[in-house]
Design a protein around this ligand. Structure first.
Ligand SMILES: [Zn+2]
Ligand SMILES: [Zn+2]
Length: 97
């Protein structure tokens, strides 16, 4: 492929090619959000929230909307609780205390 180039340029080209390949591989391995079926959300984030039970990935914003709509912090797919907010969740008090 790069026989016409001096060795140092050749390795540079190879490096760039490998770099691009790694990026596309990384995106390929990135699972889409199971709520909106996109990899990149409107706020440019990747699905970084994972259900520990069914191992599906969700965008933070998508999960948040889901929790708001459903009124509970459960996975949209397997209905098991998701530790989404962490300490925030534990801090929240029941309204009828
Ligand atoms: Zn999403
Ligand atoms: Zn789940």
């Amino acid at each position: 492929m790069c026989t016409d180039l001096p060795p140092q340029n050749c390795s540079l080209v190879d490096g760039l090619t490998a770099f691009r390949r790694n990026i596309s591989l990384a995106l390929k391995d990135q699972e889409e959000c199971a709520i909106c079926y996109s990899i990149i959300a409107q706020d440019k984030t990747l699905p970084d929230k994972k259900c520990g039970t069914c191992n599906h990935f969700f965008h933070r914003v998508c999960l948040y909307k889901w929790f708001q709509n459903s009124g509970r912090n459960t996975c949209p797919l397997c209905r098991n609780a998701i530790d989404y907010l962490g300490s925030d969740t534990k801090r929240r008090r029941p309204e009828h205390e």
